[in-house]
Design a binder for this molecule. Structure first.
Ligand code: UDP
Ligand code: MG
Length: 308
């Protein structure tokens, strides 16, 4: 719908060299839409001149939010969500890897009205190889965990309907991964191809450890597979132990005591069995911990789109 307001949310962490260029590119694009809009920039505890530069650009349509310290990209986007008013909410990065010129296409798809979330796939992604390979693995894992078949979860250039954002904000989860969280509240998700650029200036804010921690968050906050894994492993080990024990008994009876190395093998069979049993016990505990976790997280069991 043409009269809907648009909010663009941009987390900023030490991006002083990119901000001028960002404004130069995004403002004409947004003006060109001829719709009501706001750009919400969230300074995520930058230690360079980012905030100063942002404050030079504040005006009616450009809002700046300063966080007290560096909380991470997804927390910063959340702060933006809570302080935005748009009916359509767009997230993107400040480093110009997501070209602002693609925003109108996202809005076009939203306007058609069939989708509540529009993701993007980066055509010809311009990132170093050590960033791309983990992404492939993470994309596959996220598809499995969420059961939603999107090709690219990592690209933050995305559009959400207000309602989905409000549901996300209500969860108040601490470590989360926004593109995956959105799938908890809607089924109408699609993705379009967008261009991807090199970082305009500066370096990626994700070190390898930060990247691992983000993806660990993704797995642990959306699935209890790691807990279940112990249970499966317990079953497998205990089963192996039993099978080994049976084989040993049969072999011992047919080939004699010397073959069985005087009981050393039997010890192994027993060991396997007990290790398996331990994992099983851990797995059962894990199952309960998983339940507690789901309760504590207080994600709503369902959310209503509309009542008729
Ligand atoms: N960012 C942030 N807080 C952080 C790390 C990153 O607000 O702790 C912002 C950053 O300024 C940029 C976006 O999140 O606008 C994506 O970060 P980056 O470009 O470093 O990630 P990459 O493109 O390498 O995935
Ligand atoms: Mg980037």
């Amino acid at each position: 719908m043409e009269n809907e307001k648009i909010s663009v949310i941009i987390p900023v962490y030490n991006e002083e060299k990119n901000l001028e260029r960002l404004f130069e590119r995004i403002v004409p694009v947004m003006d060109g839409l001829e719709r009501d809009y706001e750009i919400v920039l969230v300074d995520d505890g930058s230690t360079d001149r980012s905030l100063e530069i942002l404050l030079m650009h504040t005006e009616k349509r450009i809002k700046v939010i300063e966080l007290t310290k560096n909380y991470g990209q997804h927390a910063a986007v959340f702060a933006g969500f809570e302080n935005s008013k748009g009916d359509i909410i767009i997230t993107m990065d400040a480093d110009l890897q997501n070209p602002p010129e693609e925003i109108p296409r996202l809005i076009e798809v939203m306007d058609e009205g069939n989708y509540e979330v529009v993701g993007t796939v980066r055509k010809a992604r311009k990132d170093p190889i050590f960033r791309k390979i983990p992404s492939k693995i993470v994309n596959a894992a996220t598809r499995r965990i969420t059961g939603v078949h999107l090709n690219d979860w990592g690209c933050m250039l995305r559009a959400y309907r207000r309602q989905v954002v409000e549901h996300m904000v209500q969860t108040r989860e601490h470590s989360t991964f926004i593109p995956a969280l959105a799938t908890a509240f809607t089924k109408d998700i699609t993705e379009i191809e967008v261009a991807h650029e090199e970082r305009f200036a500066g370096e990626t804010k994700y070190s390898l450890t930060k990247l691992i921690s983000l993806h660990f968050d993704l797995v642990t906050s959306f699935s209890d597979f790691p807990l279940k894994f112990m249970l499966y492993m317990g079953f497998c080990l205990a089963f192996l132990g039993i099978a080994f024990g049976i084989t040993l008994t049969v072999a011992r009876l047919s080939f004699g005591a010397a073959w069985a190395a005087e009981g050393v093998f039997t010890l192994f069979a027993a060991l396997f069995f007990f290790i398996g049993a331990q994992f099983l016990a851990l797995g059962v505990m894990g199952e309960y911990v998983g339940r507690i976790y789901r309760e504590v997280r207080k994600r709503p069991p369902y959310t209503i789109r509309r009542t008729y």
